[in-house]
Design a protein around this ligand. Structure first.
Ligand code: HEC
Length: 473
């Protein structure tokens, strides 16, 4: 409420960040963090073969170059755009929380930026000097070293950001001492990094596997050797995913775990949760068997089978990201700020004075008999719109209908008025309602109006901003 409220009333705001972020993670983990070591190892293999005078040296080098060509194009375009896009979209939708994170992690952000720039510089050098490095063995050796440095910087960008992601889920000792170090070394930092690293390696392996079929069309001894190597790589890292996944799950605070079923499958399908867990277990076993099969019988693997591991691992990683984003609810920063952008410590004054009084961007500053509807709209905007739309994805009207009365039947005012002040009790993922009694009243009026009229709520990007009359003086 200290910022104009950007709102997408069709897909909902959460989905915008989710789509950009998940795409970014797929590319970052699958074609940078996990992939660069594979490319460098292949190039190194070519280098070693050349030293040994083997005639496959050039084949390794060529294939590694083609892999890198693909990774270079994708990471420097969609990868980089979505990376920046995460911060754009998150800053639009959740500006107060991004503001808090910048305050806490200013130095980390700055270092992250430097490392990112170095990563880009190294990727340029690595890719653009590749052909030239084939001129002599010394140049090749240095080129492999550049690949190694690139891989390390790529991993470091992830290692820095994960500190912030972990902090959002569990703020640890920071709540007490407010120090950067405590924030960064939060209890979920190491578990999350330990999980992301091997899953990046396995995902990258599945991409490499698929690309091998694309770049090497004909069956050959060399192709079999490549497939064998990649599947060994995947086989080695898959158990690490399982072990780190269990460790991570173990470290997630208990209260948050109660959110996991809804996170994975939504409220409607939360009973499928256990089925999904079996699915995840089965995936891991399946991928181990698959990689063993490929390692021993690479010539038997049909082309279409190569797509399968990519899809399965992408689904697993996507589920993980969804769960991570969801389980920290009702907080955006654990124990400090709720997902509605309001700080825990301010709730006391909001409850007595009302939120409208403290909002910078609102049409009205308190609820009166004449302004109920417009006040209710502002209350909805501030307290519900980060997670609900009016009529579409996670529609507030539909949610109330499902809870209180069959769709189409008018909602019961009294039941809604009773529900809102305790809405966080049964549903741990929703923040408590921050406002006072008259604001509950106004919100109910507005939701009843939404049900009757089917009206939508455009965001500030469409309607323009309204500065609170109290702030205009
Ligand atoms: C942090 C995000 C978030 C905020 C803020 C939020 N909600 Fe929700 N709400 C959810 C989610 C997620 C669901 C469950 C969606 C599903 O069905 O899986 C939900 C469900 C509901 C339900 C149905 C509950 C049930 O037991 O079935 C109602 C009613 C509701 N919200 C009303 C509101 C109102 C009113 C506000 C604002 C005062 C609000 N919510 C704010 C995320 C939020």
């Amino acid at each position: 409420m200290d910022f104009p409220i950007f709102h997408l009333d069709f897909f909902g705001d959460r989905l915008l960040i989710a789509v950009i972020a998940v795409l970014h993670v797929f590319i970052n983990h699958g074609l940078a963090v996990g992939f660069l070591p594979i490319v460098t190892l292949m190039e190194y293999r070519g280098y070693r073969s050349k030293l040994a005078g083997l005639n496959e040296a050039e084949k390794w080098d060529n294939l590694a170059y083609k892999f890198m060509f693909f990774a270079f194009i994708v990471t420097t375009t969609i990868g980089a755009l979505t990376g920046v896009g995460i911060w754009f979209s998150a800053a639009l939708i959740s500006p107060a929380s991004i503001g808090s994170l910048i305050r806490v992690f200013f130095l980390v952000w700055f270092l992250e930026w430097i490392i990112f720039v170095l990563e880009v510089v190294f990727i340029m050098i690595y890719f653009l000097t590749w052909k030239k490095s084939n001129n002599n063995l010394k140049a090749k050796r240095n080129h492999v070293r550049t690949g190694l440095a690139l891989g390390i910087f790529s991993w470091l960008t992830m290692a820095f950001i994960v500190g912030i992601l972990g902090f959002m889920m569990n703020s640890g000792m920071w709540i007490e001492n407010r120090s950067l170090i405590s924030g960064f070394t939060n209890p979920l930092y190491i578990p999350q990094l330990a999980f992301r690293t091997p899953i990046a390696f396995v995902l990258a392996g599945s991409f490499a596997f698929l690309l091998t079929f694309i770049f090497l069309k004909e069956k050959s001894e060399f192709k079999n050797k490549v497939l064998k190597n990649i599947s060994t790589w995947m086989f080695v890292w898959t158990p690490h995913v399982l072990a780190a996944g269990l460790y991570y799950h173990y470290m997630i605070p208990d209260l948050m775990k109660t959110n996991i079923p809804v996170a994975i499958a939504t409220q409607q399908f939360q009973d499928w949760y256990s089925t999904l867990l079996y699915y995840l277990g089965a995936t891991i076993i399946f991928s181990m068997i698959f990689t063993v099969w490929v390692a021993f019988k690479p010539f038997r693997v049909p082309k279409y089978a190569a797509v399968f591991p990519v899809i399965v691992i992408l689904l697993t990683l996507g589920t993980f990201e969804r769960v991570r984003e969801f389980v920290r609810k009702p907080f955006v920063i654990e124990d400090y700020m709720y997902s509605n952008q309001l700080r825990l410590e301010d709730y006391g004054k909001y409850k007595t004075d009302g939120i409208l009084k403290y909002a910078t961007y609102t049409d009205v500053t308190e609820v009166t008999e004449d302004n109920k509807l417009i006040a209710g709209k502002n209350v909805f905007n501030i307290t519900c719109s980060r997670c609900h739309t009016t009529q579409n994805v996670n529609s507030v009207v539909r949610k109330f209908e499902e809870l209180l009365s069959p769709a189409g039947q008018p909602l019961d005012r009294k039941a809604m008025e009773d529900y809102i002040p305790v809405m966080d009790k049964g549903r741990y993922f929703m923040p408590p309602f921050p406002g006072n009694e008259s604001e509950v009243d106004a919100l109910v009026e507005y939701i009843l109006y939404l049900q009757k009229s089917g009206d939508n709520l455009p965001g500030a990007q469409t309607t323009g901003i309204n500065v609170s009359p109290l702030r205009q003086k």
